[in-house]
Write a protein that binds this ligand. Structure first.
Ligand SMILES: NC(=O)c1ccc[n+]([C@@H]2O[C@H](COP(=O)([O-])OP(=O)(O)OC[C@H]3O[C@@H](n4cnc5c(N)ncnc54)[C@H](OP(=O)(O)O)[C@@H]3O)[C@@H](O)[C@H]2O)c1
Length: 181
């Protein structure tokens, strides 16, 4: 399936987190195929470069690689995107590591919690303000169906993903942002 993005509304630039593999990489491919330039965020810089080069080669768009660990506190692609006119943000970075809750270290659990909650919160605040100011655009947050009921051996992951489902950005996108677009 191919998604067609309206580049006048959601361009000229899109920021995609977790773009080095999986679903985020496919977001990058399909968004760039609509003629929107892509800023790609994840930790593995080499993979991001490969995805970016593919997008540019296939669709002629510009790309920017932003290597970041979004589980670190206060880590956001703010400076790296300040000069870009961003019309679309896909907050997709996330990870799951099944296993017994009590076998995991606190820091590992906290990192996942920060990635699945704090990073979305900071992205919603920072880019939400920018999009409202420019009067158009979109924010997309990738959740997980397991957040509804919990998942055996992924208690922390499912609980953290529930944050996306009831996040304040949902009311923000349905009120201030969409009203101004
Ligand atoms: N696939 C599924 O069945 C499924 C089901 C439910 C929900 N989801 C959600 O869908 C999203 C994408 O998952 P996926 O299946 O495509 O997984 P994936 O292939 O493992 O991709 C995860 C992406 O997130 C990035 N990432 C992970 N930790 C990061 C960190 N600390 N800082 C910055 N980037 C980070 C990874 O890049 P680096 O490793 O390079 O940093 C990678 O690009 C996630 O939010 C996941 O929870 C997926």
């Amino acid at each position: 399936m191919r998604a067609q993005i309206d580049k006048r509304r959601f361009g000229p630039w899109a920021v995609i987190t977790g773009a080095s593999s999986g679903i985020g990489k496919e977001f990058a491919r399909q968004i760039s195929a609509s003629g929107v330039h892509v800023a790609l965020v994840a930790r593995r810089e080499l993979l991001l470069r490969t995805v970016g080069a593919e997008c540019t080669q296939a669709s002629g768009v510009q790309h920017r690689v932003i290597p970041l660990d979004l589980s670190e506190p206060d880590f956001l692609p703010v400076n790296a995107t300040r000069d870009l006119d961003v019309g679309l943000v896909v907050s997709n970075a996330g990870t799951g590591n099944p296993g017994r809750f009590l076998d995991k270290g606190r820091e590992e659990l906290m990192e996942l919690l920060r990635l699945n909650t704090g990073a979305h919160l900071d992205i919603a605040r920072h880019f939400g303000e920018r999009l409202v100011r420019r009067g158009s655009g979109g924010l997309l947050f990738v959740g997980a169906m397991g957040a509804d009921k919990g998942i055996p051996f992924m208690a922390n992951e499912a609980g953290a993903k529930a944050y996306v489902r009831s996040h304040p950005c949902r009311s923000m996108t349905s009120s201030s942002l969409t009203e101004s677009t």
